[in-house]
Design a protein around this ligand. Structure first.
Ligand code: ZN
Length: 375
């Protein structure tokens, strides 16, 4: 046995991780310069993790020269371990207590911030502090800068996501065995959660949905004490997380003989999904991708019953760029990983959704999800 080998592999993996972080920072700095900013202030947890590897709570300050991670006593040691390439600053108090002084020391005048992740109160107090301390600083709202970078996955990220997809697929197949008439939605959800964790998922990336009969008409239903009955649709929406990366999987099952109408609905949803999977191409507008599936549902006469978008990007967050929907302005590109999940819902009766994850490669969608679709 060569004892040196695992250590060397670890060092190579660490080196690759640092390289990818350096590349991400380089891309971000180009965006910062293009927007005419001196620096960007970030606090969104997935953005922090993506850029620095830091999984705690804190702030990143990125300029052309600086890469600063500001955090408090609770996380400072963790930050040193997780983000060796960042300058770690230990902060005290709220943002308005420490930021104006730091920014003035660094000579920045135009600071971008994440408009979606600073509260109105936090923004207001920061503005007041900048005035009181007479710091020459302009606060510029930005949205989606790091999220755009995150939407194109690197090979290492595809690897983690593929593992999370495989884990959810395997957990789903195992859970199917316990689904029988008389068991409650909550019991099934708990079994799925246990299986996911036993198989190595880092917790669950979102609350598992098990919705049966009329409950399946609610796209974001919560599991209840309702027992499963033969013939009715059982909609399951679940995911796993590996190295921070998520997967998202939905299936609709029927116990025993499926209700005839729902069987027909199932086939329409499946056709809509297949049509989108086959027709989606890189450089296509995300709204056009949605259209591919929606037109199948519309032609079958159920357009009004498909009340949500076709899908969403998946990565460090379960819902991220791109957004596939009629009102989306996103455009699809190689390296994007997203869900294709058409659904048809009838209030008070039930619904069907089928959700797979795909990666765009060489201009076309490759399906990552392998969970069976036999109802
Ligand atoms: Zn989804």
């Amino acid at each position: 046995m060569d004892k040196g080998k695992p250590e060397m592999t670890n060092r190579i993996v660490e080196g690759e991780k640092r390289n990818s972080k350096i590349k991400r920072l380089r891309k971000l700095r180009t965006s910062i310069a293009e927007k005419g900013l001196d620096a960007l202030l970030l606090s969104q947890p997935e953005n922090l993790r993506y850029l620095s590897g830091f999984t705690g709570s804190g702030w990143l300050l990125i300029s052309g020269r600086n890469a600063i991670l500001a955090t408090d006593f609770l996380y400072v040691e963790q930050a040193k371990g997780e983000s060796p390439d960042f300058e770690i600053i230990r902060i005290k108090g709220e943002l308005h207590d420490w930021l104006p002084g730091l920014v003035s020391d660094l000579g920045w005048h135009k600071l971008g911030f994440e408009a979606n992740f600073i509260s109105y109160d936090g923004y207001h107090k920061l503005g007041e502090a900048v005035k009181t301390k007479q710091v020459n600083l302009e606060l510029i709202p930005t949205t989606g800068i790091v999220e755009q970078l995150r939407s194109i996955k690197e090979p290492e990220e595809l690897g983690f996501i593929t593992k999370a997809v495989e884990l959810a697929d395997a957990a789903f197949e195992q859970a199917k065995a316990i689904i029988r008439p008389g068991i409650t939605e909550k019991e099934i959800a708990w079994e799925i959660e246990k299986i996911l964790r036993q198989k190595g998922s880092e917790g669950i990336p979102f609350e598992i949905i098990v919705a049966s009969g009329p409950n399946s008409a609610l796209p974001h239903a919560r599991p209840t004490e309702k027992t499963i009955r033969s013939g009715e649709p059982v909609l399951i929406d679940m995911g796993a997380r590996i190295s921070g990366y998520c997967s998202d999987l939905s299936r609709t099952l029927f116990l025993g003989k499926a209700n005839k109408t729902f069987k027909e609905i199932y086939n329409i949803v499946l056709k809509a999904q297949t049509t989108a999977m086959e027709g989606i191409e890189s450089a296509m507008d995300a709204s056009q991708a949605d259209r591919l599936a929606r037109s199948v549902v519309e032609q079958a006469g159920y357009g009004d019953a498909f009340g949500h978008g076709l899908g969403h990007g998946v990565g460090l967050a379960v819902h991220e760029f791109p957004r596939l929907g009629l009102s989306s302005f996103d455009s699809l590109a190689d390296g994007m990983i997203f869900t294709i999940e058409p659904g048809i819902y009838f209030a008070g009766q039930g619904g069907v959704r089928i959700e797979d994850m795909v990666v765009l490669e060489n201009g076309k969608a490759r399906v990552l999800t392998k969970a069976s679709k036999d109802t």
